[in-house]
Design a protein around this ligand. Structure first.
Ligand SMILES: NC(=O)c1ccc[n+]([C@@H]2O[C@H](COP(=O)([O-])OP(=O)(O)OC[C@H]3O[C@@H](n4cnc5c(N)ncnc54)[C@H](OP(=O)(O)O)[C@@H]3O)[C@@H](O)[C@H]2O)c1
Length: 288
């Protein structure tokens, strides 16, 4: 067991205890997640602050930069505290235009797992998500070959736990029929509620749901209802959005992204915002 004063308490990913309030490292790379950060020292400071504030769950990918985010995590935090669990993902590369072409053939997946081990400075990856679909979202199609490749790497001892990302409910079920998963990481927030049923089904199975773009990603969440509720509570809309996610379901883990230590602290404080049943009912109207 770990104890935490972070909002939301803790969750166990497989056998790994983590704080429900985590940190998404994607924003640490350069513009559009390409190249190095403008402020290298600032990026290291955000990562160190996250751990000092008690966060034990950091989300990353070799594709961020590419390589940049993993290298920053290693520079800032290696050797890692035992309590810290770094979650990475494989299944997409970067092209010269900053696109995210799929890379889910067995050879690409094996290479990506080894690159993650190398850049993060680890012998075993705690949790690897198979990133599916494309930039437009989840796309149908079998995941069997790609997921079985990761299961093979898990059996070799290179990966502790597996998850899927940007996945349809059918793909989640297909992966689960092959091997256990401990999380699903899909786009979800106050305004994008397409996974409501999936979240509830995963909660019953004690599987984590980790929303990406919890604050809207590259287009910050905007809603008059959200602004009204936030104004009434004298809070920032982003605080309300994070607090709502923590209340939405106990299996939801937060990985809000930021390149700013100030924003990181604001988000931790904001996620603790108490929401009344009336607030929740009003917020519920946004994405339904
Ligand atoms: N599986 C996938 O396919 C996938 C896709 C996308 C993302 N992800 C993961 O999900 C994580 C979260 O997504 P995200 O970072 O793209 O989007 P996000 O968390 O929804 O939003 C991040 C944006 O919000 C801003 N922000 C954060 N806190 C703020 C605050 N208190 N005040 C004002 N602005 C604030 C950040 O800017 P500042 O830097 O200025 O704070 C950044 O532009 C990523 O870091 C990544 O690890 C996964």
């Amino acid at each position: 067991m770990v104890s935490t004063s972070l909002p939301g308490g803790t969750w166990t990913l497989g056998d790994l205890p983590v704080t429900r309030f985590g940190y998404g490292a994607m924003q640490l790379a350069g513009p559009w997640v390409m190249g190095p950060p403008a402020d290298h020292g600032g990026a290291l400071a955000v990562l160190r602050a996250a751990v000092e504030l008690g966060i034990t769950h950091i989300d990353t990918s070799e594709a961020y930069g590419p390589h940049v985010t993993n290298q920053l995590i290693r520079e800032a935090l290696h050797p890692y505290p035992d309590s810290l669990h770094i979650v990475t993902k494989v299944g997409a590369n970067r092209d010269q235009q900053g696109g995210w072409p799929p890379a889910r053939d067995p050879e690409s997946l094996r290479r990506s797992v080894h690159e993650n081990l190398e850049t993060l400075g680890l012998e075993v990856l705690d949790l690897v998500n198979l990133r599916l679909g494309d930039a437009a979202g989840p796309q149908p199609g079998s995941v069997a070959e790609a997921f079985e490749t990761l299961v093979g790497l898990q059996q070799q001892g290179l990966i502790r736990h597996l998850g899927v990302s940007n996945a349809t409910p059918e793909q989640v079920a297909e992966a689960q029929a092959i091997a256990p998963i401990v999380c699903v990481q899909n786009m979800y927030n106050l305004a994008h509620r397409q996974d409501d049923e999936l979240i509830d089904a995963l909660a019953e199975q004690r599987i984590a749901y980790v929303p990406f773009f919890p604050l809207g990603g590259f287009s910050p969440l905007q809603s008059s209802v959200l602004s009204t509720v936030a104004a009434r509570l004298e809070a920032a809309p982003m605080s309300v959005a994070l607090a709502w996610l923590l209340r939405r379901s106990p299996n939801i883990l937060l990985i809000p992204g930021t390149s700013s230590t100030t924003h990181l602290r604001e988000n931790i404080a904001g996620a603790a915002l108490p929401l009344s049943d009336d607030d929740l009912a009003e917020l519920d109207k946004i994405g339904r």
